[in-house]
Design a protein around this ligand. Structure first.
Ligand code: FAD
Length: 252
């Protein structure tokens, strides 16, 4: 099979969806294609229904989405997909996610998936009590669940690790366990698709349209400005409370 599009967004994660949404506004849907390896868009949110909402909207704009088919080869004018489909395109936007950098330790460090370091509930490395890993680099598991890689989550993890390090320096046990707010089973996110539409995902609720977009702009442009003045931890809590209030208002 052969597909043609002027612009290809590789990776239908949050970044790929947002970029494609903006390209569609400027260039028209027929010129843009998203290629996603997993069977649905935004797989980190683990919400096939969220993918369906975006796909329906994109379909109305004449937009192409290829799912369950990863890119295996990239050359000057085309891409080749896992099932041998060839995609002709002029521009490729590579947004296939973040991978942990390789760091060499004296002893082996347990990692999973894309090199994420497995940590204990207090954020210490399993076999290195003097080493902590916080934020995107770690894999923080809670029963069968795990955290999503978000800035707010990283900030809160940093606070917990700092408290534990302080205890260790006093010769005490690092007993503070991290209480995650962004878990894979309860995703919270605002994803824009174009210049005036967004999808709000708040655990099991989905809200799509202009109001989530206005909320996103409010949080990104006003709340984050306030955040830079009042500090990360307090601001992360403020943002979380605001999102909670918004989700209640929007869902009636
Ligand atoms: C496009 C995009 C949009 C996002 N939007 C949002 C959002 O709206 N809301 C939200 O909450 N989160 C968002 N995120 C996620 C958020 O950016 C991350 O969760 C957050 O930055 C994680 O913080 P961190 O400190 O763990 O990692 P990072 O912010 O990635 O910082 C890691 C730092 O370590 C440096 N580094 C890497 N390797 C080494 C090395 N070997 N030695 C020394 N330094 C090294 C890197 O250069 C980098 O500066 C977004 C991410 C992306 C990519």
């Amino acid at each position: 099979m052969r597909i043609s599009a002027r612009y290809a967004s590789l990776g239908g994660g949050l970044t790929g969806v947002e970029i494609a949404g903006e390209l569609v506004e400027v260039l028209g849907g027929e010129n843009v294609v998203i290629i996603e390896k997993m069977p649905f868009l935004m797989p980190t949110l683990n919400k096939p229904k969220a993918s369906e909402v975006i796909e329906k909207f994109m379909a109305q704009k004449g937009f192409k989405i290829v799912k369950g088919n990863g890119v295996v080869e990239a050359s000057r004018n085309h891409l080749k997909l896992e099932d041998s489909t060839v995609l002709n395109c002029d521009l490729v936007i590579w947004s296939v996610g973040v991978k942990a950098p390789t760091i060499f330790f004296d002893l082996p460090v347990k990692t999973v998936k894309r090199g994420w370091i497995v940590v204990k509930p207090n954020l210490q490395l399993q076999d290195y009590p003097n080493v902590y890993a916080v934020g995107d680099i770690n894999h923080f598991a809670l029963d069968s669940d795990c955290t999503i890689k978000m800035a707010e989550e990283a900030i809160l993890q940093g606070k917990t690790a700092a408290k534990n390090i302080a205890l260790q320096l006093e010769g005490k046990n690092p007993i503070h366990t991290h209480k995650p707010i962004f878990l894979s089973s309860k995703p919270k996110s605002l994803v824009s698709v174009g210049f005036n539409t967004a999808l709000m995902i708040w655990e099991n609720k989905l809200l799509f349209g202009k109001m989530p977009y206005v909320s996103k702009m409010f949080i990104e442009n006003i709340v984050r400005d306030i955040k830079s003045k009042i500090g990360g931890g307090t601001a992360a809590k403020l943002e979380s409370i605001l999102l909670r209030i918004l989700s209640r208002i929007l869902s009636g």
